[in-house]
Design a protein around this ligand. Structure first.
Ligand SMILES: Cc1cc2nc3c(=O)[nH]c(=O)nc-3n(C[C@H](O)[C@H](O)[C@H](O)COP(=O)(O)O)c2cc1C
Length: 189
């Protein structure tokens, strides 16, 4: 039986569109060198130009790092690193140097001055391309200036191979998972 609830104000349960792939947003930080936070509210926005967006609350330290048009990155982790994502998402760069605290191996961008997580299977270097105030989060839009990819994790068309990579999924309320181990290719024309 479906339950229908008419909504007039904020939702206290807003997970129906989960699970989502977790993107770890990285930015240069004047105090710590680099800072990282997980963001499940992330999405591709355009192929040409290549645009990627992340919705970030003004409560986050990361928001402060990005608000004046700084470049940023997203790193994609596999399920094996769920623990790291959970730690990065339960601490703030406002009061902790996460790079030191979690012993993060950081690489620096080739196109932009952005930190990337070394254990990511893919990452983007993003140049600021706009910010849209949506509600209690802002959508930060970035233009992809460099793509990092572990070549074993993708097929010749650039599609993730489930037998080599299990992108980290977030289900909400501290629950993490991984996608199915098989995919099916359905092509009708
Ligand atoms: C899996 C996961 C996904 C999250 N997704 C978002 C998100 O999309 N947007 C956001 O503003 N906060 C999100 N958060 C919360 C921030 O990651 C969290 O508040 C983090 O501590 C902020 O770090 P910072 O203060 O160093 O920027 C998420 C947290 C977790 C654990």
């Amino acid at each position: 039986m479906m339950r229908v609830t008419v909504i007039e104000r904020a939702l206290d349960r807003f997970f129906h569109f989960y699970p989502g792939v977790v993107a770890i947003v990285g930015a240069k930080d004047p105090s710590h060198g680099a800072n990282f936070m997980p963001a499940v509210w992330n999405t591709g926005l355009s192929f040409d130009p290549p645009l990627f967006g992340v919705s970030i609350s003004p409560k986050r330290h990361t928001y402060r790092l990005l608000e004046n048009e700084a470049p940023w990155s997203v790193s994609f982790l596999s399920f094996e690193h769920a623990d790291l994502a959970a730690r990065l998402g339960s601490t703030s760069g406002r009061d902790l140097n996460k790079v030191n605290a979690f012993g993060l191996a950081v690489l620096w961008g080739k196109a932009l001055d952005v930190p990337i997580l070394k254990n990511a299977f893919a990452a983007y270097e993003l140049e600021p391309a706009g910010r849209v105030k949506t509600g209690d989060h802002d959508l930060f839009i970035g233009r992809v200036r460099a793509v990092w990819e572990d070549q074993t994790a993708f097929d010749q068309e650039g599609v993730p191979l489930p037998e080599y990579v299990r992108p980290l999924l977030y289900f909400g309320r501290f629950r993490y998972g991984a996608p199915a181990e098989k995919t099916v290719r359905l092509k009708f024309r």
